[in-house]
Design a binder for this molecule. Structure first.
Ligand SMILES: Cc1cc2nc3c(=O)[nH]c(=O)nc-3n(C[C@H](O)[C@H](O)[C@H](O)COP(=O)(O)OP(=O)(O)OC[C@H]3O[C@@H](n4cnc5c(N)ncnc54)[C@H](O)[C@@H]3O)c2cc1C
Length: 339
């Protein structure tokens, strides 16, 4: 039997560390809890918001409905070939624990995504990515329950419609599904991707030229720890905004005006601009509204510097968006989900 708790603080369930309350709260720890949840779905107070680690969620106010914490665990092999291993992983597993499991077993493909705070169930939703790798590169399938009819659906990789920080699960079926399990295909031999950021430089400085999976993951964990604030100390949700993708013609005009602009060509006549560069160039480094501030080392990260309320973060977000629009004529869109 699952417990419906009342008037629960969501501070432990969002990495911004914002103190808001939900009218009702349920935690799903095992498969039977999911079955019970579905059986009783019609009686559970709506709206419902599923939460993993809350690392991509900004609760803007108290939640009048039910927050459902997904905490189901389990990693199982379901297939193996000469080169690959296929794993099914439950939605509540912690992403970085899964990385450790893969390191221990020498399964390669996701080591560059080490230290991203996520649950397995949330990872495909925004197609988490870092250091030249996206989770879509290793996903075989996503299994979910359609909350309109309670059917269990399994989508293959293509059907998930993954793109940069996006998937079918963001739109159009947003909020109408509960991801229960994700299937991964990983390589039994290391396929190192070291060309991004300072991975190679840092490995070289340690005298490592032929890194193993653990050395790559550890290096990325160190680089991230140096660059990003620890959300347990300074609340944040990682990159607050997506890097904007604009037509190459618009970029060329901007480049005339701002020759140092940082951008990464895409493969369809568009180019991805480094949003952090735009924010820095707009003179917003360390800018603060109330308790919310732009992080001094990483302009894309908004931090809860001093007991920020959600309104401080929202106001800071709007301030940044207006400045960037006025200066560069670019719309910055939040990566973080406002609830
Ligand atoms: C310090 C820091 C660094 C970060 N770095 C990166 C990075 O490098 N790359 C990157 O891509 N992201 C990064 N992020 C963002 C974040 O890690 C990802 O968005 C992650 O996938 C969020 O996982 P979560 O479990 O916390 O999701 P939550 O915030 O709990 O949920 C996110 C969304 O998924 C939905 N959801 C969650 N679980 C389920 C489920 N089982 N079924 C249905 N819906 C569900 C929620 O309702 C919500 O809409 C970072 C965040 C932080 C705090």
């Amino acid at each position: 039997m699952i417990k419906l708790k009342k008037n629960i603080s969501l501070k432990p369930y969002n990495t911004f560390g914002i103190e808001v309350f939900t009218d009702f709260f349920i935690q799903l720890d095992k498969a039977e809890d999911i079955s019970t949840f579905i059986k009783n779905y019609d009686d559970i107070p709506k709206p419902i918001y599923f939460i993993g680690l809350g690392a991509n969620t900004l609760f803007t106010k108290d939640f009048s409905g039910t927050v459902v914490h997904i905490n189901t665990k389990g990693i199982q092999k379901y297939k193996e070939t000469t080169d690959s291993i296929y794993l099914r992983v439950q939605a509540g597993e912690i992403w970085d624990d899964f990385i450790d499991f893969c390191i221990t077993n020498n399964f390669s493909g996701i080591e560059n995504l080490a230290a991203i705070p996520s649950t397995i169930g949330a990872a495909p939703i925004q197609n988490i990515g870092a250091y030249g790798v996206e989770v879509k590169d290793s996903i075989e399938y996503v299994k979910y329950i359609d909350l309109n009819n309670f059917n269990t659906i399994t989508l293959n990789n293509k059907e998930c419609q993954f793109s940069y920080r996006n998937s079918l699960f963001k739109t159009p079926i947003k909020n109408q599904f509960l991801v229960t399990e994700v299937g991964f295909k990983l390589s039994k031999t290391l396929q190192p991707i070291l060309e991004y950021g300072s991975i190679k430089k840092r490995l070289n400085s340690l005298g490592i030229t032929n890194p193993d999976i653990k050395q790559i993951a550890d290096t990325i964990r160190q680089i991230r720890a140096d660059k990003l604030p620890d959300y347990k100390i300074l609340g944040n949700a990682g990159s607050f905004f997506k890097n904007p993708i604009i037509p190459i013609d618009n970029f060329n005009k901007l480049k005339d005006q701002f020759p140092n602009i940082i951008a990464y060509p895409q493969n369809n006549n568009t180019i991805k601009i480094a949003a952090a560069w735009l924010i820095d160039k707009a003179g917003l480094a360390s800018y603060q509204i109330g308790g919310a501030a732009i992080h001094e080392n990483q302009a894309l990260v908004i931090i809860n510097k001093n007991q920020a309320q959600a309104k401080d973060i929202i106001n800071l977000c709007s301030h940044i968006q207006i400045k960037i629009k006025l200066l560069f004529n670019i719309e910055l869109l939040p990566e973080v989900i406002f609830v």
